[in-house]
Design a protein around this ligand. Structure first.
Ligand SMILES: Cc1ncc(COP(=O)(O)O)c(C=O)c1O
Length: 342
């Protein structure tokens, strides 16, 4: 299995500190997540004792939030694993760097996978049967406008191909989303997640926008009760909470700019990012990761791979941890530049 961020226990073992002491910035999850009301928590507890009802309010709540019929899945990861099994052997282009599970799962299912840069999207759409991009992309925050993506989709769809757009990190700027287009365009598949913006990664809820036929095939492949009852209850309440969503959007943009400014102040100008993380590409990535980890600040390190630069992704810290992050960055930067570590 591939390695992912968000494993503070493993990091704690390696760096010899208590898991609870970590400032964990390795995931890009909202540090001020959506919280259930006491009534939601009771309803979730009640749901533990009955089989999940696939005809409950989740479909309607998701329809209202995404503006189209979508298929609920156990995290977008469930769809990432299953989609490659719904196609005959294909040539698949995957944007790099990106969420590594895409290339991994397509390869595992026997497809021919090529890593491409953002500038090669049009050529890949013309040459391959499947193109996978993140928007905004994880980890570099690269964004593609709707016309570009729909152009690539048209080229692919003319040959029965697929464009898969992973929008796990788009909720901070959701006007850019293509999810509502996906139900009307054969071969356009959009992945959404409740893990990042809502901070509900543990609930394991995601959604797939696609044509009705493809949603049915995917649902069939995933089997009955794909989502646990308590997660369904929590998802319905979070998707309906428009007040929380608009203030979270404002807050995340503010904090992400603040994080970019803090990194730049210490000489680490981010190369990209989105509302939920900042991305730093530097040959010093591994050393900075290590220097911060020794100060109990966990970031996500991407080693130089497939021609992509070594890089670090910083998630947003919780409100009470900015000073701690500032001090760790100051000391780690001094150490790397050969000065005194405080
Ligand atoms: C870009 C991207 N897509 C999808 C996923 C899968 O998330 P989930 O299964 O929680 O929806 C992740 C997880 O980190 C991710 O980074």
């Amino acid at each position: 299995m591939l390695e992912h961020g968000g494993r503070p226990r493993a990091a704690a073992l390696r760096y010899g500190c208590e898991p609870a002491q970590w400032l964990d910035l390795s995931t890009g999850l909202n540090p001020q997540p959506w919280l259930p009301s006491p009534a939601d928590a009771v309803a979730a507890a009640v749901a533990l004792h009955v089989l999940p009802d696939d005809d409950d309010e989740l479909r309607a709540a998701a329809q209202r939030y995404y503006g189209a019929d979508v298929l609920a899945v156990a995290g977008s990861q469930a769809a990432i694993q299953q989609l490659p099994r719904l196609r005959r052997r294909s040539r698949v282009a995957v944007l790099a760097p990106s969420y590594a599970e895409h290339a991994y799962q397509w390869r595992r299912a026997g497809h021919e996978v090529t890593a491409i840069g953002a500038a090669q999207g049009a050529a890949a759409a013309a040459h391959c049967e499947v193109l996978v991009v993140g928007n905004p992309n994880n980890p570099d925050g690269a964004c593609f406008d709707a016309d570009t993506l729909l152009g690539w989709h048209a080229t692919l769809a003319a040959r029965d191909g697929w464009l898969i757009v992973d929008e796990a990190f788009i909720d901070g700027e959701r006007q850019r989303s293509l999810v509502a287009e996906a139900s009307r365009r054969e071969g356009l598949i959009v992945l959404r997640s409740l893990g990042k913006f809502f901070g509900l990664a543990g609930a394991r809820v995601g959604f797939v926008g696609a044509s009705g036929g493809l949603r049915d095939r995917l649902a069939e492949a995933l089997g009955p009760w794909p989502i646990a009852g308590p997660s369904r209850v929590i998802a319905v309440a979070a998707l309906a909470d428009r007040g929380w969503q608009s203030s979270a959007r404002l807050r995340l943009h503010e904090q992400s700019h603040k994080l970019a400014a803090l990194l730049a102040m210490h000489g680490w100008e981010p190369r990209g990012g989105c509302a939920l993380f900042q991305w730093l590409a530097t040959p010093q990535a591994a050393r900075l990761h290590d220097a911060l980890a020794r100060r109990a600040v966990l970031t996500r390190l991407f080693k130089s791979d497939d021609g992509t630069p070594a890089s670090l992704r910083f998630g947003l810290p919780p409100p009470d941890s900015w000073t701690r992050l500032g001090i760790a960055l100051r000391d780690a930067s001094r150490e790397l530049r050969g000065g005194l570590a405080a």
